[in-house]
Design a protein around this ligand. Sequence first.
Ligand code: 13P
Length: 340
Amino acid sequence: MNIQQTIKQLATPGKGILAADESTPTITKRFSALNINSTEETRRDYRKLLFTTPGLNECIAGIILYEETLNQKTEDGIAFPELLKKNGILTGIKVDKGLVTLPYTRDENITQGLDGLAERLADYKAKGACFAKWRAVYAISANTPSSLAIAANAEVLARYAAICQSQDIVPIVEPEVLIDGDHTIETCAEVSESVLQEVFEALHQNKVSLEHIILKPSMVISGKTCPIKASIEQVATETIRILKRTVPAAVPTINFLSGGQSSQDATAHLNTMHTLFPHLPWNVSYSYARALQDNCMKLWLGESKNNTLAQKALYTRAKLNSMAAQGKYTVEMEKEAIVA
Ligand code: 13P
């Protein structure tokens, strides 16, 4: 697959991306909250359950894996990328190496992992990956994000994207403005605009082909502990307003992260963007982890006897988001999501 074929498939209208690339510490945290043991085997069983969900490819064009999963096989010896291919789903890979403190800031972060990236990508590609993900984070507080953190993360995101494209891999560019804090939606809009503007400036400087990237932004939303919770319509309107100001129409697809929103909110926000703005210049879809997996993981609980129920929950959630990505979701459809 070349990057043109990959982006075309990933930007299929009505389809989204499943982020199943939680690092081992992150998935362990999610498992622990449900008293599920986290071992190489339970992580493999869980990911296999996700990947073999009947009908998933109707709503999911690609799945992002963590390196451990890329190298795992089913009990009968089928490598996961091979399994996904059989099911009509493309394999992606998280390639950043997590966050470190950025010196001379107030404990802000920069994402690491550029050293040796081209070599790692060649290896991932040989194992079946055709797209990649790199996440930068920005925390909102009275003094953050600083202009230094915004500039440094933009540069690193752009260099990562250029390296991916030079290896024929489609980069997911993920600048996440965190939902944590009591900031208003107005503050989130201001910060998101500065972050995105700097990211696109850096992409341009690094000669990244905008036609072959996926932008994975956070929505413009009020902070989790903000006393005034922004409405669904406000989130949709502010998000699209900021994206229109910053993201060139050459970008084929925008796939949001869910960032700690409830599953239902993440679906409703996406749907409302489409109903309020039916003529967007980009494909607008999803690349959720928690908002797709939460119900599924809660029903699974580490027990194979729950596999069918858990898969049904994932399929239903994916289907609702697929409807939302076409502006066809209604709250009444949530009844279907209640798996008895
Ligand atoms: P959430 O949808 O849970 O925010 O995860 C998306 C993701 O890939 C974070 O990097």
